[in-house]
Design a protein around this ligand. Structure first.
Ligand code: AP5
Ligand code: MG
Length: 202
């Protein structure tokens, strides 16, 4: 099975991807996460675009994705443009596109208060506070603000989402692949709805 998580920055793609990974063991592919981990030259190049809130060139992103493809994949924040979606179709059959819907003001609110673990990248916010302030529950790592969670870059990322990524919903809709989930609900409720959609397709 191949699933795409599509939604604006802060809509909960990473949060839900972690839960889906735990339940179904799909290979989690997030170019943004790979860039932040900075493992190889490709990832390091990617980071130069991420620091500006711009999409990295598709050639670069495709190489990163190809390197990490498994048999069953969960794409988080990929594809993000029409050329990436077309290229992905050459490589795998997509079973489901889960749209996490969230309004712009809610995105800004969430990302302005998000903290991330420096070590394991777990994400925290008002709806998911760490037991001890500034310390990751999972690994004890330090919690910091993500470098692209500044007001200017949040605005830029949202603009890029509306211009380049949101139109992909119309690319997938004729194949009846799109399932929209209300990202405003609690993490638990969103996950429950996602699981329902996944089980209906399996
Ligand atoms: P990427 O890392 O993918 O970031 P993004 O799309 O901007 O999304 P985020 O990771 O910020 O948010 P999320 O949806 O994962 O939400 P999260 O679960 O953290 O991409 C970063 C950059 O990399 C891009 O700008 C671009 O430069 C580059 N890039 C990436 N992919 C690319 C591609 N394909 N092509 C080219 N360039 C690419 O949750 C956010 C917060 O909300 C957290 O605090 C969380 O605890 C909280 N939260 C989550 N769910 C809920 C809920 N239901 N209720 C309340 N709070 C919640
Ligand atoms: Mg994410």
């Amino acid at each position: 099975m191949n699933i795409i998580l599509l939604g604006p920055p802060g809509s909960g793609k990473g949060t839900q991807a972690e839960l889906l990974y735990q339940k179904y063991g799909l290979t989690h592919i997030s170019p943004g996460e790979l860039g932040r981990r900075g493992g190889d030259e490709l990832a390091k190049k990617m980071l130069t675009y991420m620091r500006k809130g711009e999409l990295a060139p598709s050639m670069l992103v495709m190489k990163l994705v190809q390197k990490n493809l498994g048999e069953h994949n969960l794409f988080d924040g990929f594809p993000r443009s029409l050329d990436q979606a077309e290229e992905l179709d050459q490589n795998v059959v997509i079973d489901l596109v889960l749209e996490l819907g969230l309004s712009d003001p809610e995105v800004i609110k969430r990302l302005s208060s998000r903290l991330e673990c420096m070590k394991c990248k777990a994400s925290y916010g008002p709806a998911h506070k760490p037991k001890k302030a500034g310390v990751c529950d999972l690994c004890g790592g330090e919690l910091v603000k993500r470098k692209d969670d500044t007001p200017e870059l949040i605005r830029k990322r949202l603009e890029t989402y509306h211009d380049e990524t949101e139109p992909l919903l119309e690319y997938y809709r004729p194949r009846n692949l799109v399932y929209t989930v209300n990202g405003n609900n609690t993490v638990k409720e969103v996950f429950k709805e996602i699981v329902r959609a996944v089980e209906a397709r399996s």
